[in-house]
Write a protein that binds this ligand. Sequence first.
Ligand SMILES: [Zn+2]
Length: 418
Amino acid sequence: MPTSPPALLVVHADDLGMRFGGGHPLDLRRHRLAVALCREAGILDAPGVVVEDAPGPLDDDALTRVFAPAFVRAARRYSADPALAAEWEARQWGFDQDLPAYAGMHEDSARGCAAAAAAARAVGEGRARRAFVPAAGSHHGLANRAWGFAVYNETAVAVRALLDAGAERVAYVDLDVHHGNGTQWMFYEDPRVLTLSVHETGRHLFPGSGFAGETGGTGAPGSAVNVALPPFAGDDAYRMALARVVVPVLTAFRPEVIVSQNGVDHHHADPLSHLLTTMPLYPDLWRGLREVADAVAGGRWVALGGGGYDPCTAPPRAWALLAAEMAGVAVADPVPDAWRARALADGCPSPARGWTEDPGPAPDPDRDRRAAEGSAAAIEETLAAIGRFYGMGTGSRAATPPSATSAVHADPSHQRSS
Ligand SMILES: [Zn+2]
């Protein structure tokens, strides 16, 4: 193992991603423009930054370490002959009008998995300290079902690759506005994997899960943590969730490596959610993740993209800012003119001039007050649900003394033997 691995490995190809076409919200410009901005801002040329082309599709042996062989065979079948996906049988595997089968979808999704696996392996094997794949980050798919906007769950592949590389404690942090349900359920009974998701409540948003009471399955108590924010929650809610839940839980869990899903579909301009975060939040989120990774995981951090469905506003700048944080590069306004020209040519009508320039949502004090109260209550609810596992109290009450269960969780070696 080299004594000084690259500070940041970026795995990317401009054509990486699912291609549903038509009016599907998934738009490859969000990744392309993010990486173009990284390039124009000099982030990819910084010392210690290595860029690798995304590899070819993950092979079936590797896929079936994560997904059911019958599901992989079904996805291959519909990918080779999309007309077959009109059969009722296709529904059980998750293919429907929201996830329309198309020729080559297996290969597209397996490429995203391979990129996620390559990044995770590099960090897990000590060949890179941090790794970033902006074009991978699907998190809804189950072991036997496509769900959301990808056939295969790429974040689960990253977690599995780290376990296969020998990691015994992996923390998965999901900041996407949608609950990271697939990854949570796939590792719900595995005490080696902590899944922690901050999202808009499933009462109002797809996929309808991710409540505070989902705290891990048999043999893995406390291994799932959920913060279900109310509609219209904004920057303060995410900051509070980071400070009061994400950082303390990660500090208690002491992962060897962190995998983060960095969807920014909680941005106020995003068409698929009701949250109201703004650009100035994102550098704070990324700094918080970097600091906690440095503090508790030896800096080992695999970052993936995620949701973000207004390709011209939040995703390109948010993910370039994430790459800058991971690379240790400071960026300053204005964003490079060459990137603005590229974004204009790519159909973005008025690319921002500032890295965190953002008009914000229309003001509405009543809405914001209700959202702030609801967010504070949601965080208290999470703390109440997980406090006994992590020795954390709620509100102004003193921290709950660590119980036997929390002691077990703080020592996964004990847990594995129990
Ligand atoms: Zn999402």
